[in-house]
Design a protein around this ligand. Structure first.
Ligand SMILES: Nc1ncnc2c1ncn2[C@@H]1O[C@H](COP(=O)(O)OP(=O)(O)O)[C@@H](O)[C@H]1O
Ligand SMILES: [Mg+2]
Length: 688
């Protein structure tokens, strides 16, 4: 049903981004790995630092080596104190100075006041190569330097210029090496970091999965009545995956992303407050759009998944119900139904197309606008001499690097949200204490088969009594049949006996001891149950018959014989090595029932319970099952709930249950004489 699929996804609702209880619980899983996590964080700090340095290298390269750095000092006495006069390069009566590393705005100020020249000079260290080509151009000379006006450089050929500026090229090479070393280190460190954090993420998921499964197997039967299988499976698969994503994508990164953003903004502010303001102007818009986009995309994704699930279930229902659809001529109705669902899905996916179509280009538009604004204001700054060319280049590179952590943060925001929701659901299950308690000190009597119910009252929901004042005694070896309408409480009696539920009032004794004082596993080991729905585990047939220990040949053979499973296998020409699936593929329901008969026999429990075990009889196995039944109960205390009253005719004593009460006891002959439920039931079946 399409409607039903919804309930699966109701849990997919948007949750909190942060929940301290859940967070504390999650952190408890990280605790064993805190050293690696701490190391990871340090690595990330280092990586963040390295990444911050990279654009700065551009700036150094451009400003120190590529652009001319020499200025003529026109008024030496006006130079501020902090300029070291020993770095003055004197030629005749002119003074030059290397101003690389000096803030552009300071330079601009000095220039405006005429302290230094507006002209730029290359200050070239003398070497043999330099001496060869320097003659070709106007220049000044000192003992160590040749000084060339930038505009004079144009007279030289391409190779001559390179020759002159070899020193600068060497500097760039050095920077390039540093750059390479940095990106290589980033590569190695990232590898270590990613590897470790993924490993931790996987380990933690492993632990959570393990805890969940332990919890599942120990929770009371009741829990599983209330929680659909699909949901419980989803906890282990999808929800654990969501948490794993949190551990490996968010946990340590969120800090580094924030640091990267702060770091980049800090460096920008330091390099040029003016350009920083430009970035600051577009930043809020970028952050806003990025987050809005993420949230929208996520909501739509969720809807798409939901709609797809509806499509899937509709298709699977249509296929599994194809015979009904065709024989009742429902094709048109089904097609019309599907068309609606299909339209709905199409509409939702189209929304996605729109959101992606608008937001993605919008964000890149803003990015381009940002860069354009930087070039505009930066260009003006360069022209007016307050911003260096290197600063502008580094700024553009920083701006581009700023987008990534913002985008990642918005993704992490979503991951956090699903992780918190998934965490909350898993946490709830792990906190569930719906268990049948075991006594602190168990008294495990020798169980031979006597069972006693003393004034037992029980209610599933705490409102209505399902069992009222049930009292009976079954002696060792006795065989008792329980009959009554569907829903009268027969199976409930068995569930209480097995302690799948605990009774509300009264007492149940097995072997003379209150079952609540026994180890529940001990109790259950002594009671073999066969229920209406034969359940087979996937695997070899042999493993389905023998759930406990290595097959002891005798016990196995006897179980096969008594249950008539051997006859059924002979007839089908199969052996215990046959592999069956969970659905029991290849075996009829009756044959599967024989397998569960054999399974219940092999443990040699003194008490045997057959709960409507003969209800699913197919003609092929009918007599095998009927015959097996009487062989099986031989020598055992047996409780037989049977749909077909004929099965029970030969049973010593029958118990009639009606609306949770015992309304009659006796043999078939006695009960049939009375004017009561049993006679009505029997008559009904006779007619049938
Ligand atoms: N897990 C459960 N939660 C709530 N009510 C239940 C549960 N199992 C059975 N019941 C109710 O208890 C009554 C007795 O059920 P049951 O013992 O299975 O009947 P019977 O085996 O005689 O057909 C029914 O009304 C049934 O709906
Ligand atoms: Mg029942």
């Amino acid at each position: 049903m399409p409607g039903e699929t919804h309930s699966y996804f109701e849990e997919d609702k948007v949750g909190k981004v942060y929940d301290s209880t859940i967070m504390r619980w999650l952190l408890s899983y990280i605790k064993p790995y805190w050293k690696i996590v701490a190391l990871n964080f340090l690595l990330l700090l280092l990586l963040t630092g390295f990444n911050l340095v990279l654009p700065y290298i551009y700036k150094i390269g451009i400003d120190r080596y590529i652009s001319p750095t020499g200025k003529e000092v026109l008024q030496a006495e006006e130079m501020p104190e902090r300029f070291n006069k020993s770095t003055f390069i004197r030629s005749d009566n002119r003074i030059f100075m290397d101003l690389s590393g000096i803030k552009e705005s300071t330079k601009g100020g000095l220039e405006n006041r005429g302290v230094i020249s507006r002209n730029n000079y290359y200050l070239i260290k003398k070497s043999d190569g330099v001496k060869q080509v320097i003659k070709e151009v106007n220049h000044l000379e000192t003992d160590d330097f040749c000084i060339v006006l930038t505009t004079d450089m144009k007279e030289l050929s391409f190779s001559e210029r390179l020759q002159l500026r070899r020193g600068a090229l060497a500097g760039i090479k050095k920077l390039a090496l540093i750059y390479l070393a940095l990106i290589f280190s980033i590569f190695i460190l990232s590898f270590i970091q990613v590897y470790q954090i993924q490993l931790i993420g996987q380990k933690i998921s492993y632990n959570i999965r393990e805890n969940l499964i332990k919890q599942y197997t120990s929770l009371a039967y009741n829990f599983f009545q209330k929680n659909p299988v699909g949901r419980l499976v989803t906890r282990v698969s999808n929800d654990v995956a969501a948490l794993s994503e949190f551990f490996s994508e968010v946990l340590v990164y969120i800090g580094s992303q924030i640091l990267t953003i702060i770091g980049i903004l800090g460096v920008m502010l330091f390099m040029s407050p003016r350009l920083f303001l430009v970035v600051l102007a577009i930043l809020p818009l970028v952050i806003y759009l990025t987050f809005v986009f993420r949230i929208k995309a996520r909501t739509i994704y969720r809807n798409i998944r939901k709609k797809l699930a509806i499509i899937n279930s509709h298709i699977s229902e249509s296929i599994s119900g194809i015979s009904v659809i065709q024989s009742f001529v429902q094709e048109d109705r089904k097609e019309a139904e599907f068309a609606l669902i299909n339209d709905d899905y199409y509409g939702t996916t189209f929304k996605m197309v729109k959101v992606f179509g608008i937001f993605r280009p919008m964000i890149s538009l803003i990015r381009s606008l940002g860069i354009a604004a930087l070039i505009w204001f930066g260009g003006k700054g360069i022209i007016s001499g307050i911003i260096s060319f290197g600063t502008l280049v580094a700024f553009i590179s920083y701006l581009e690097r700023l987008f990534q952590p913002i985008r990642e943060l918005s993704e992490q925001f979503n991951i956090m949200q699903s992780a918190m929701a998934a965490g909350e659901r898993i946490y709830k299950i792990l906190q569930n204490d719906d268990r049948i308690p075991n006594p602190v000190v168990a008294s495990n009597p020798k169980i031979r088969g006597d069972i006693e119910f003393e004034n037992v009252w029980f209610s599933y929901d705490g409102n209505e009594w399902t069992l009222r004042d049930i009292s009976f005694r079954i002696e060792r070896g006795e065989k008792v049949g329980i009959v009554g309408y569907t829903g009268s409480g027969k199976t409930t009696i068995i569930k209480l006996l097995l302690r799948l539920y605990d009774l509300n009032r009264g007492l149940i004794k097995v072997g003379g001891v209150d079952i609540r004082d026994m180890d529940k596993r001990y109790l259950r080991k002594h009671i073999a149950t066969v229920s209406q729905e034969p359940f087979l585990f996937s695997g070899a047939l042999r493993k389905n018959v023998n759930l406990w220990r290595k097959p002891e040949k005798d016990a196995l053979d006897r179980a096969l014989f008594v249950s008539n499973l051997n006859k059924a296998m002979d007839r089908k020409n199969i052996s215990l090595d046959l592999t069956v699936t969970e659905e029991g593929g290849g075996l009829s329901t009756g044959e599967k029932q024989l397998v569960t008969f054999a399974r219940s026999l092999i443990s040699d429990s003194p008490i045997l319970i057959l709960d409507e075990a003969t209800a699913n009889i197919d003609p092929e196995t009918e007599w095998l099952i009927q015959e097996a039944l009487f062989k099986m109960i031989e020598g055992k205390t047996s409780l037989i709930i049977a749909h077909r009253l004929a099965t029970l005719k030969q049973i010593d004593s029958l118990m009639v249950i009606h609306k949770g009460e015992i309304v009659g006891r006796g043999t078939h002959k006695e009960l049939i004489k009375e004017e009561g439920i049993y006679r009505t039931l029997y008559k009904l079946q006779e007619i049938a």
